[in-house]
Design a protein around this ligand. Structure first.
Ligand SMILES: [Zn+2]
Length: 587
């Protein structure tokens, strides 16, 4: 991606007072060293939205959002970083410089443009084939699926004829080079060297960016015995399956307006739901939703309804999507369909009114899970209650919002008829246990960040010198398993490149990490007295982790028979004593 020169960004940040910018949208009151107001990102009656003018960041203690002045505009105006920069520059009368691009970037910009053009041309050609005499059979198939001509046009459906290289010939004639067609995945090179069309004898479904540009195709088999049933474009510089939501180009306005999205699995589910008048729909296209797709959706809403076949519930792609969305902080509802139905078949049978009924009677996913799990166990027996809890606790521990998690814990306790304190403790225990096994922090929340991490992060923003010096004394292994590892790693790296400042740190962090950092930095008081103390705690935690692992190994060997493993056990003991000494010194 092209970048603005850092000097310009720094200059802009210097001019764009975060309090002035946010006051365009939120009325702020000065309270002590910071400014407070009602959060524009969630409904609230008492202000929990803080703005720190000196450090240039905002944070809401209610909903957790936070970041610098660019992030505020990105979230509030639902624009990308570049547009946020342009808006701010305009507001403060700065001239936006030309984007810096190196040769490679210029080449890839040209290539991406070429790929977009060739996809547009291919989509036009496929549509023409569908409209031609040769497309008659496929037009009939589309009609048989209950898709109207208007919907077919809206989706841009087309047809790839059963010829060896008809598309290739057509596009070469239009002047597109063969190398570009191969790169776009529209052609494939065979082992014998021949280059032919990838899509032959298929109903073609264009896949678009949310701006409407065609970036890939899905091709559905026309003949019953044709394999595979669905053939998709490969990943290209303009198309990544895991980052694309099918149909967002058609539905984004309706999603934003209605404040929710219906998520379905397949192209034809999408077509039916869309055609039935529910335009706020997107499709994941068969695979489980990725966090990147969730981010796409979050630009427009954080409420999602999924349609479930009751048999498929709790397993497969849909269930995985639900869990991911919940862990990303979405409100997820499920609309249960009759056994064996999907949105495609259901809407065709029951129409708009029937599907509407399913949507309006949809239930929160967590409640649905709870009832389903409760139904699967005999809660009158201790054994059944334990199994029920074991099934639900992992789900609970992945809920990012503490308030939602606690409410869920209460419901869980009520169902299992145990005290909620037991359930909450158990959930907390599972959350900390995961810290040692999960390397990529999937679901950060403040509760899991150790005091030492919090201390260092607070100091990184308010008194960076001491925090950076302390970080330099730590080793790679000291960070293993830490919730805030990516933040501390980045700070260390920036410092080593002599590029650290609190503002640059905030700029470079991921959205999730930014929220973590602004949450900690917004606290009025430091968490600890000194950075060295924090570093000592982190070193001690590492020793304790190693110590626990050693003890486990010793126990295991002793169980196998101390006589056979005496030497090994002695060596481990020596190491263990050494560690205990180190731990002692670090306390
Ligand atoms: Zn908020």
């Amino acid at each position: 991606m092209a970048l603005f020169p850092q000097t310009f960004i720094d200059d802009l940040k210097h001019h764009a007072d975060i309090v002035v910018v946010i006051q365009d949208y939120v009325s702020l009151k000065k309270v002590g060293a910071t400014y407070k107001g009602l959060c524009p990102f969630h409904g609230e009656k008492t202000p929990s939205f803080h703005v720190n003018r000196d450090k240039g960041f905002f944070h809401c203690f209610g909903c957790g959002v936070g970041g610098d002045v660019f992030k505020f505009l990105e979230l509030h105006e639902k624009v990308g970083f570049q547009d946020a920069v342009k808006q701010l520059a305009q507001r403060f009368g700065l001239t936006v410089p030309e984007l810096e691009q190196n040769d490679e970037q210029r080449a890839s910009t040209a290539e991406r443009e070429g790929l977009l053009n060739v996809h547009e041309a291919a989509a036009t050609w496929f549509r023409a084939q569908l409209a031609s005499q040769g497309g008659g059979r496929v037009r009939q198939q589309i009609a048989n699926r209950g898709i109207t001509a208007a919907t077919s046009t809206a989706l841009g459906l087309g047809f790839a004829p059963p010829a060896r290289d008809a598309l290739k010939q057509a596009l070469l004639k239009q002047g597109f080079p063969q190398a570009l067609l191969l790169r776009a995945g529209l052609l494939v090179q065979r082992d014998d060297g021949g280059v032919i069309d990838r899509f032959r004898n298929r109903l073609m479904i264009p896949i678009c960016r949310d701006t409407g540009s065609v970036i890939a195709f899905g091709g559905r088999a026309v003949d019953a015995d044709q394999q595979p049933k669905y053939l998709n474009s490969p990943e290209t510089p303009i198309y990544s399956k895991g980052r694309t939501l099918y149909g967002l180009n058609l539905s984004k306005a309706a999603i934003r307006q209605g404040g929710m999205a219906v998520l379905v699995e397949g192209y034809f589910d999408f077509a039916q739901v869309y055609q039935a008048g529910f335009q706020a729909v997107v499709a994941s296209c068969g695979t489980a939703l990725t966090p990147a797709q969730a981010q796409q959706l979050r630009r427009f809403t954080n409420r999602v309804v999924l349609s479930f076949d009751p048999d498929a519930a709790g397993q497969g792609a849909t269930a995985k999507s639900c869990e991911m969305l919940v862990s990303e902080g979405f409100d997820v509802n499920v609309a249960i369909l009759p056994k064996g139905e999907d949105p495609d078949t259901y809407v065709r049978k029951h129409g708009h009114a029937g599907y509407r009924e399913r949507l309006t009677t949809s239930r929160p996913y967590l409640e649905f899970l709870l009832d389903r799990a409760a139904g699967g166990h005999n809660l009158n027996t201790d054994d059944g209650r334990v199994k029920f809890l074991n099934e639900m606790l992992p789900v609970a521990s992945r809920i990012p919002d503490m308030a939602v998690r606690d409410r869920f814990a209460d419901r869980l306790a009520h169902k299992a008829r145990i005290t909620d304190e037991v359930v909450r403790t158990e959930i907390r225990r599972m959350a900390t246990q995961r810290q040692t096994t999960v390397t990529v922090r999937e679901l950060p929340n403040l509760g899991r960040v150790t005091k030492a991490e919090k201390g260092l992060i607070w100091l990184l923003l308010h008194e960076p010198e001491s925090a950076l010096a302390a970080l330099e004394t730590l080793e790679e292994d000291d960070f293993v398993g830490l919730t805030a590892r990516s933040v501390l790693d980045l700070a260390r790296k920036l410092n080593q490149d002599r590029g650290f400042s609190p503002a640059i740190l905030l700029e470079r962090l991921s959205t999730v990490d930014t929220q973590l950092v602004t949450a900690i930095a917004s606290e009025p008081e430091r968490h600890v007295t000194d950075a060295d103390g924090c570093a000592r705690i982190l070193r001690r935690l590492r020793c304790e982790r190693e110590h626990a692992a050693l003890q486990q190994e010793i126990d295991r060997l002793q169980e196998l028979g101390a006589a056979d493993h005496g030497e090994r056990i002695d060596a481990l003991w020596a190491r263990k004593l050494d560690l205990l000494r180190q731990i002692e010194e670090l306390i």
